[in-house]
Ligand binder design. Structure first.
Ligand code: ADP
Ligand code: MG
Length: 156
């Protein structure tokens, strides 16, 4: 587990950049936090780290936005998702098992039947500093978290 404080959107974006730079095919990142916590801001950084130049926006009305970079980025916002049936219909599993990076806002609205992923929790909103906690599950995502930590600590 790794905990850092972010004092600005730029710092959160920078963490995202480090994450995106180290992602591997089939990385799954769950991003928890209340409205305005900075989940989309973090995802913008992940996109940048994947070499994506498009402007990443909140996909609240689309549920999924796809961007192409070093690896494809599948950016989910499951805020409006309520039932498991809805999820089956949407066929998300093909993305979760795919060759890209899944960044999932509001992951708890979905029964994520995965054992290996990077869980991110952002606490705080508005003008507060954010406490960002990263927890890795599975060997590959643990390796990813180690790379992220090395890269963050090297910046100090
Ligand atoms: N430390 C911080 N980290 C992330 N965002 C911050 C921070 N401080 C202020 N903000 C602001 O909070 C808002 C976060 O919005 P957004 O990323 O869309 O949140 P979410 O996707 O969690 O609803 C942005 O307006 C951003 O500028
Ligand atoms: Mg958002």
């Amino acid at each position: 587990m790794y905990v850092i404080t972010s004092k600005s959107d730029t710092q959160t974006n920078n963490l995202g950049f480090k994450i995106g730079s180290h992602c591997f095919p089939s990385t799954i990142i769950t991003i928890n936090g209340q409205l305005g916590a900075g989940k989309t801001e973090l995802t913008k950084g992940i996109a940048k780290g994947l070499g994506i130049n498009n402007n990443v926006t909140s996909p609240s009305f689309a549920i999924l936005n796809i961007y192409s970079g070093r690896l494809p980025l599948y950016h989910f916002d499951l805020y409006r998702l309520s039932s498991a049936e809805e999820i089956d219909e949407l066929g998300f599993n093909e993305y979760f098992d795919g060759d890209g990076v899944c960044a999932i806002e509001w992951p708890n609205n979905l029964p994520l039947n995965r054992k290996e992923y990077l869980e991110i929790n952002i606490s705080g909103s508005g003008d507060d500093d954010r406490t960002i906690t990263l927890t890795a599950y599975g060997i590959c995502h643990t390796g990813l978290l180690e790379d992220i930590i090395i890269s963050m600590e090297g910046n100090k």
